[in-house]
Design a protein around this ligand. Structure first.
Ligand code: SER
Length: 317
């Protein structure tokens, strides 16, 4: 029998493309998209959609019963920069939504859970380059704290209650469909939009701030692959390190200049610089590569070509 899936937070940056991919794999009617509002009308009109508040346990439970859901992808979250502005709201949304979904799995209402963690679980005391899977995690952002604690709970629910929860620590994700919102790595998406629209960009991170990043196609591939992996092969039930590329604002600007020689970049770091400075510059994801054969396809150059091509089409139409 085909899997029946609920995506919570489907209108967000990753949720939008994950919904499209999962519908390709499992069929449109087997993937219920949900979000707190209908902000992404293309997504809302593309297949089954319900309004759902990720903080409302009964609403999630009723939705799972009504649609006979067996697998939930919990993509709703307040990200790092927004979390610093609204700490209690970030804690409330990020933690309670996770408990709701884990508890549904514990009570066998659903069988499988995907929950994203982040490079934000790391902090200033973490080794910055090729950060290992198992290392010091002392996050200094509210978002990072919610992800670190969430990882502990995922492992706990797996060990104590046999919950099949799977997770990856996403790096900054770059995409051309839905915009990211409230993250520290968002500059690496904005820069392409501004390159096409204005031919210039002012970066809110300094020129040599290297962060782990990934093109959306690779992030979606990782997500569908870890969910399809044989459960026995998964040695990590907190969250897997995941890596593809690492670059600085200066380097992404140079990759754009290779395609658009007149593109100009300036630098004006704001409060997000301190967040970026607390995160690793590159990640060792050898455990993911070994356990479920993870590998990435896109490098900075190939990603830049696709981003500029697709956004040029978007702004033309
Ligand atoms: N992209 C996220 C952020 O910047 C990191 O997980 O908050």
């Amino acid at each position: 029998m085909s899997s029946k899936i609920l995506i919570i937070g489907a209108c967000g940056q990753i949720g939008t493309e994950l919904t499209i991919k999962l519908r390709e794999i499992h069929g449109v009617d087997n993937v219920i998209a949900s979000d707190i509002n209908t902000r992404n009308l293309d997504l809302v009109n593309a297949g089954p959609f319900v309004i759902l508040d990720a903080k409302n346990f009964n609403a999630i439970k009723d939705c799972c019963i009504n649609h006979k859901i067996d697998t939930v992808y919990l993509m709703a979250a307040l990200l790092s920069a927004t979390g610093e502005k609204y700490p209690m709201e970030a804690w409330d949304l990020n933690m309670n939504s996770l408990f709701h979904v884990l508890n549904l799995a514990k009570s066998k209402q659903i069988k499988k859970v995907f929950w994203p963690s982040s490079i934000a679980v790391f902090g200033p005391s973490t080794p910055r380059t090729q950060t290992p899977q198992h290392t010091i995690c002392e996050p200094t952002t509210v978002y990072g704290i919610t992800k670190q604690v969430g990882e502990r709970w995922c492992e706990y629910y797996h060990e104590k209650y046999g919950v099949d929860v799977r997770s990856i620590r996403y790096p900054g994700i770059i995409s051309h469909k839905a915009m990211p919102g409230g993250g520290t790595t968002d500059y690496a998406v904005e820069i392409y939009h501004e390159a096409i629209k204005e031919g210039k960009y002012e970066s809110f991170l300094s020129e040599n701030t290297h962060l782990p990043m990934m093109f959306m196609d690779d992030a979606i591939k990782a997500t569908t692959e870890i969910m399809a992996a044989n459960s026995e092969h998964l040695s990590i039930r907190s969250s897997y390190n995941l890596s593809a590329i690492s670059f600085s604002p200066k380097e992404i600007a140079e990759s754009i200049q290779a395609e658009m020689p007149n593109f100009k970049i300036t630098f004006k770091p704001d409060f997000r610089q301190a967040i970026a400075d607390s995160w690793p510059s590159s990640i060792d994801d050898s455990v993911a590569r070994k356990d479920w054969n993870w590998s990435h396809d896109f490098n900075l150059h190939t990603m830049t070509k696709v981003m500029l091509r697709e956004l040029a089409k978007t702004y033309k139409s």
